[in-house]
Design a protein around this ligand. Sequence first.
Ligand code: SF4
Ligand code: SF4
Length: 96
Amino acid sequence: MVLVPVSTVSTRNHPTDSWRIQRPTIQYDKCIRCMICWKYCPDNAIEIENGDESAPNERIAKMEYPVINYSFCKGCGICANECPEKCIDMEFEVIE
Ligand code: SF4
Ligand code: SF4
């Protein structure tokens, strides 16, 4: 049996912007686009974008890459924990 983290109430119905304590940030220069973060995020807060000129850097401009939707990310850190390249940083949220 394979266990994966899931939640019964998705933050998709409850925006997290106002209460998240930590914020994940992807270091795109190290990301290998394995999409493990996307698979493990319990709230579908990681989306897959098609690479184009708006990509965060040239390296991934022609490939699909993960993007964190901060409206629904709850800052649980599962993505950072599971990333095989350890290229997702968790930092304290700063509300301006
Ligand atoms: S798990 Fe890490 S290396 Fe894989 S796509 Fe996500 S950020 Fe990139
Ligand atoms: S910290 Fe990562 S795994 Fe947790 S909700 Fe945010 S994007 Fe998803």
